[in-house]
Design a protein around this ligand. Sequence first.
Ligand SMILES: Cc1ncc(COP(=O)(O)O)c(C=O)c1O
Length: 333
Amino acid sequence: MINLDKFPQLSLAHLPTPFEAWPKLGAELGLSNLYAKRDDCTGFAGGGNKSRKLEFLIGEAVAQGADTLLTVGATQSNHCRQSVAAARKAGLDPHIVLVHQVPIEEPSYCNGGNVLLDHLLDATIYGVDTPGKAPEFIAQLLGEMKEAGRKVCFMPPGGSTPIGCLGYVNCAMEIKAQAEAMDVALDHVVLANSSAGTHAGLLAGFAALGLSTKVHGINVYNSDAAKTEEETQQLTNQTLELIGHSGAEFSVDVHGDYLGDGYGIPTAGCLEALQMVAQTEAVFLDPVYTGKAMAGLIAMAKAGSFGEGESVTFLHTGGFPGLLAYSDVLEFG
Ligand SMILES: Cc1ncc(COP(=O)(O)O)c(C=O)c1O
């Protein structure tokens, strides 16, 4: 039994998101039971996984009396776009630090996609060109804001705190109910892991529900996947503690082979995944997160990593505005 009612929440997302079969892609991959949980359809301000986290994060910020939101991400951060939108809904003044950490200088990347939407939402945007300087910049900015009398809610990258993870505990509950209604077993779930919160929240939710579903997190951020694994482990434990299920058993599984040259740099497998999913299921993935996660799923299917007849569920975490930001970058053969 999980009770999330005691945590302050702001309703943002259109829930439940669909849980659907992907038979055409499944047939191509030799998977007879392939499904997708469509969190690209959370609906709020362009959709994606951050809507769920923000329901709890902004709920908490409002409960604490915040009047300003400050958060940070890469230039094409979906997290920043959705955070700014959530701040607008809650009446907080949105400020974001966009760190130019992906070596792409094309106009579509620097000004399009999420950046266009950040401007449309009228966020105060601070650009930092050297990633190593971001922590110092943020500390100074926070100090100035507090000195000016603002009540600031600072959200770390990806909104990956135990409170943010509650959004994916909620998603685990949703998936369980939908799978039961459709008579689908939950053997494997595959998702992108960047700042670990989505993976940790889902894992904590499944563990607290007593499900032994194997959750495969595809590392899309850290050059050292062991760091992602460690962060996921810690955050899962903290989330379980928060929901009163400290002893629940779970196992963290992070795959490090699909990052390629680095965060935000598309790989050949990612391009193949984008095209396969668009051309079979008519669903768009993005080149930073979900494309690499699907490249991992495809490689695992080809390697026979999933057992005969086992179900595989892809958690589609969104990122559509980010796809459009790569219009000057991506070339499809
Ligand atoms: C579209 C998309 N998918 C997946 C993720 C990864 O989520 P997390 O940071 O919780 O690991 C993000 C994070 O920014 C995202 O924007």
